[in-house]
Design a protein around this ligand. Structure first.
Ligand code: OGA
Ligand code: NI
Length: 388
C-alpha cells in the first residue's frame, strides 16, 4: 500500500529517504531542495571532534545576528552529579533561561545503556526495506516507521526517516507496534525510556526549584498533571547520507511542541544546530556520554516564557549516516496548559492562551516543522513577551 497515492492517510506516496540514498542518485529530488534562505550554508566538517577553545578565546567570540553558522559559541554543559544540590538547580535554570538547550553530563543513565540503545536502532534501520515497511505509520497517530512530518500535499520534505512510539501513559504503550528486530530492541527501548523519563523527573524538579525556590520543586511536575500522568514518546531519527547536503536539511527548523526533550545524539556525526537568541545557528558538538536537553513549547507556556523553547534543525552530510534518539516528556495531554499563577503579575501578565497538548500537537502533525510559529500563535491578545 505504501506506493499508492494517499496510502495510510498520507497525501502522497511515501518515499523512504534511505531508499533514495541506496538507489545511488547523484542529485536529490526537487521535493527535498529547501528555499535558499533555509539551506545550511556550512555543511562541511560535520564528522569528527572539534578542538576545544580556551575560555578566553570563547569570550572573545562575537555572535552574529544572521544565519552564519561559523561561530564557535556552544550550548552550556551542566553537571547533574548532585541533582538535589541548589547549585545544580541554579545551573539548570540558567541554561534554560539563557539557551533553552544544554548538554547534561553525569546524568545517571549508564553509558552502556546509551550504546545499547543506539546499536539496537541502527540495527533496525539496517534491516531489509520490506521488513521495515511492515511498520509504516499513518498521520493519525504517527506511531511506527515514517518519512515525513506534516500532511500538506506538495510540501518540501526533510532528508530523514524516523520511528515514532509511545511509552506513557500506560494505555498508549503498545509494544506490539514496536519493531520485533533486532531481538533486544523492545527491552532496550523500554529500559532506556524508563531511565530517561526518570532523569526528566529530576530535571523538572531542578527547573522548578530554579524558578520558584526549593519549596517550589514539585510545581512544574504538578502542572504537568503529576509524574504518573506525564506523556513519554520517542522519535528515533535516521538521517541517511545525502549527495547534496548543502541543499537540504535532515530536519527543518522547529521547536519541540512538548514539555522537555532529551536527545541521545550520534556519538560520531555532528548535525544538530541550535538557533542562538541573536539569530546565529550554533552547531552542537556532543560531549561523549552526554545527553542533550531542551525546553519545549509547553514549558515555555507554563513558565510564561521565563524558560523558552528554542529553534533547532539538523544538517545532513555526504560521508556518514546519522542516528539520534529523542525522548519527549510531555504534560498530561487533556489538561489545558497556561502560565503558572506564581509567574503572573500585573507587570507580567499571562502571555499565552490555555490549550491542551492533544490540541496543540495537531499543528506540527498537520503542517510539519515550522520554526517557532506555533507557540507564537498562542500569544494572548495584547500579550507582549518583550520580543522574545
Ligand atoms: C527532534 C530533533 C534532533 C536530532 O527529533 O525533535 O530535534 O539531532 N532531533 O536528530
Ligand atoms: Ni526537535
Amino acid at each position: 500500500m505504501d506506493n499508492e497515492e494517499g496510502a495510510a492517510g498520507w497525501p502522497e506516496p511515501v518515499v523512504r529517504v534511505q531508499s533514495l540514498w541506496e538507489s545511488g542518485l547523484a542529485t536529490i529530488p526537487a521535493r527535498y531542495v529547501k528555499p535558499e534562505s533555509e539551506r545550511p550554508n556550512n555543511p562541511n566538517k560535520l564528522v569528527g571532534t572539534k578542538k576545544k577553545k580556551s575560555e578566553e578565546e570563547e569570550e572573545e567570540e562575537e555572535v552574529e545576528g544572521d544565519h552564519e553558522s561559523k561561530t564557535t559559541m556552544s550550548i552550556p554543559v551542566v553537571d547533574l552529579s548532585s541533582p538535589c544540590d541548589p547549585a545544580t538547580a541554579r545551573a539548570v535554570s540558567a541554561a534554560c533561561r539563557e539557551w533553552g538547550f544544554f548538554q547534561a553530563v553525569n546524568h545517571g543513565v549508564s553509558g552502556e545503556l546509551l550504546r545499547r540503545c543506539r546499536r539496537a536502532w541502527k540495527g533496525f534501520f539496517h534491516l531489509p526495506m520490506e521488513v521495515k515497511q511492515r511498520y509504516g505509520n499513518s498521520p493519525a497517530t504517527y506511531e511506527g516507521y515514517g518519512s515525513r512530518l506534516g500532511v500538506e500535499k506538495g510540501a518540501v520534505l526533510d532528508w530523514g526517516d524516523y520511528y515514532f512510539l509511545h511509552v506513557r501513559p500506560p494505555h498508549l504503550l503498545h509494544t506490539d507496534k514496536w519493531p520485533h528486530l533486532p531481538p533486544d530492541l523492545r527491552e532496550t527501548t523500554e529500559e532506556y525510556s524508563r531511565e530517561v523519563a526518570s532523569l526528566c523527573g529530576r530535571l523538572m524538579a531542578a527547573m522548578s526549584a530554579g524558578l520558584l525556590g526549593a519549596g517550589g520543586e514539585a510545581r512544574l511536575a504538578e502542572a504537568f498533571g503529576g509524574e504518573e500522568a506525564a506523556g513519554v514518546c520517542v522519535r528515533v531519527n535516521y538521517y541517511p547520507r545525502c549527495p547534496q547536503p548543502e541543499l537540504t536539511l535532515g530536519l527543518s527548523s522547529h521547536s519541540d511542541p512538548g514539555g522537555m526533550t532529551v536527545l541521545l545524539a550520534d556519538d560520531r556525526v555532528r548535525g544538530l544546530q541550535v538557533r542562538h537568541r541573536a539569530g546565529a545557528w550554533v552547531t552542537v558538538d556532543p560531549v561523549p556520554g552526554a545527553l542533550i536537553v531542551n525546553v519545549g513549547d509547553q514549558i515555555q507556556v507554563l513558565t510564561n516564557a521565563t524558560y523558552r523553547s528554542v529553534e533547532h534543525r539538523v544538517m545532513v552530510n555526504a560521508e556518514e549516516e546519522r542516528l539520534s534518539v529523542a525522548l519527549f516528556y510531555n504534560p498530561k495531554s487533556d489538561l489545558p496548559m497556561a502560565p503558572m499563577p506564581e509567574l503572573i503579575s500585573p507587570e507580567r501578565p499571562p502571555l499565552y492562551k490555555p490549550m491542551t497538548f492533544d490540541e496543540y500537537r495537531l499543528y506540527i502533525r498537520r503542517k510539519g516543522p515550522r520554526g517557532k510559529s506555533q507557540v507564537e500563535s498562542l500569544k494572548a491578545a495584547g500579550g507582549d513577551d518583550g520580543g522574545r
